[in-house]
Design a protein around this ligand. Structure first.
Ligand code: ADE
Length: 327
C-alpha cells in the first residue's frame, strides 16, 4: 500500500488526492479492461466519457452509436450489456448499488467486476482477482498447482491478504504491481516492494509462476465477407445480437446479391477460442436484402469490428490494384 501511494499509475478513472472515485467511471473502466490492456482502453475511455459523462447520458444514447464507439475493443457482448446496465441503473434513479451482491445482479457484471466496483468505488471489503492479482499471489506463495485448477486457492490467498479498510487501493496496488513490476516474462524483482516476502523470489525462478496447464492449439474456422459496391457505397449489415460480433455493423457473410464475385484475397484474425480466416469477395450491383449503404471513402468511420475492418482494407487494396483500374 505504501508502494502504491507513491508509484501508482495515474489513470483517468482513478480519483486523485483521496477524493471518492466516481462509480460510473470505475464501472465503465472495469468493463472495458476485461480481456484488454490499459493502453488499449485509454482512448476509448476518454471518448466514452466525453460523449457520455454520466450513466444517465449513456442510458439515453442510441444503441448503434454506442456500438460504433466500442468498435475495435472486442468482446462486443460487453457493449450490449453496458447499455442494458446503464439503462437499468438510470431507471432506478441513476445511482449504482454499493454492495457486491446487488452489483452482481446487473447486466454484464460478473464476480470480478462486482468486487472491483464495490471495493474501488464504494470502499467495501471485496476480494478482487484478475490475471495480474493471480500472478502476484502465485509468486508470493510459490503456488505449484497449475491454472486454471489453482484459481480457488489463489482467491483464498488473495482473500487472506485483503485488508478490511482500503480494499480498493489494495486491489489496484496488486494490479499495478502485476502490470509494472511482477510482469509475466521478466519481473523486475529488484524494484519489488514484496521481494523479501516472495517465495518464488526465494527460489530465484519467479517467471515459472503461475504454473499453467498446457493449452490445446486453437481450432481454425473459415468465413467469407462480401464487399458489394454500388454508386460509391458499400453494403453493410447489422449482425444478429446473438453469436460472434453480435449487434455490430459488418460486411455481409452470406452473398447479399446475385452478381459476379471476384476473390480479393483473405485476412486472418485471432479470437479467444479460434483462428478465423476470412476470404474477401468483391462484387458490384444491387442487393436484394436490405442493409446500410455506407460511403466507401468513409468506411473507416463505420465502426466495423477489427476483423471486418481488415477485410474492408483488403477489398480496398484489391480495388486499387493498377490492373483493375485499367479494366
Ligand atoms: N485492470 C483492471 N482494472 C484495473 C484497475 N482498476 N487498475 C489497474 N489495472 C486494472
Amino acid at each position: 500500500m505504501r508502494w502504491y501511494a507513491v508509484d501508482k499509475r495515474r489513470l483517468p478513472w482513478r480519483a486523485e488526492n483521496g477524493e471518492p472515485a466516481d462509480p460510473y467511471r470505475v464501472w465503465l473502466s472495469e468493463i472495458m479492461l476485461q480481456q484488454t490492456t490499459v493502453a488499449a482502453v485509454k482512448p476509448y475511455f476518454d471518448a466514452f466519457t466525453r460523449k457520455w459523462p454520466d450513466v444517465d447520458a449513456l442510458a439515453a444514447a442510441e444503441e448503434a452509436e454506442v456500438m460504433r464507439a466500442w468498435a475495435g475493443l472486442g468482446y462486443y457482448a460487453r457493449a450490449r450489456n453496458l447499455i442494458a446496465c446503464a439503462r437499468e441503473i438510470a431507471a432506478h434513479g441513476g445511482a449504482f448499488p454499493a454492495e457486491e451482491a446487488a452489483l452482481r445482479r446487473l447486466p454484464g457484471i460478473g464476480g470480478y467486476t462486482a468486487a472491483a466496483v464495490a471495493a474501488i468505488a464504494f470502499g467495501q471489503r471485496a476480494v478482487v482477482v484478475d490475471g495480474n492479482v493471480e500472478r502476484v499471489v502465485a509468486r508470493l506463495f510459490a503456488v505449484a498447482q497449475p491454472l486454471p485448477g489453482a484459481k480457488p486457492r489463489l482467491r483464498e490467498l488473495a482473500d487472506s491478504l485483503t485488508p478490511d479498510q482500503g480494499a480498493g487501493d489494495f486491489a489496484q496496488a496488486m494490479m499495478d504491481l502485476g502490470a509494472t513490476i511482477c510482469t509475466p516474462r521478466s519481473p523486475a524483482c529488484g524494484r519489488c516492494p514484496l521481494a523479501d516476502h516472495c517465495a518464488a523470489w526465494a527460489e530465484e525462478r519467479p517467471e515459472l509462476y503461475p504454473v499453467k496447464a498446457k493449452k490445446a492449439a486453437k481450432p481454425r474456422r473459415e468465413w467469407i465477407a462480401y464487399w458489394l459496391e454500388r454508386d460509391g457505397r458499400v453494403l453493410l449489415v447489422r449482425r444478429p445480437n446473438r453469436g460472434l460480433l453480435g449487434g455490430m455493423l459488418a460486411l455481409p457473410t452470406d452473398p447479399p446479391a446475385d452478381v459476379v464475385w471476384q476473390e480479393a484475397g483473405a485476412v486472418e484474425h485471432v479470437f479467444t477460442h479460434f483462428v478465423l480466416t476470412m476470404r474477401v469477395m468483391c462484387g458490384a450491383g444491387d442487393a436484394q436484402a436490405g442493409g446500410e449503404w455506407w460511403p466507401v471513402t468513409d468506411v473507416e468511420q463505420a465502426g466495423l469490428p477489427t476483423v471486418f475492418a481488415k477485410a474492408a482494407r483488403r477489398a480496398l487494396a484489391w480495388r486499387a490494384e493498377p490492373r483493375r483500374q485499367a479494366a
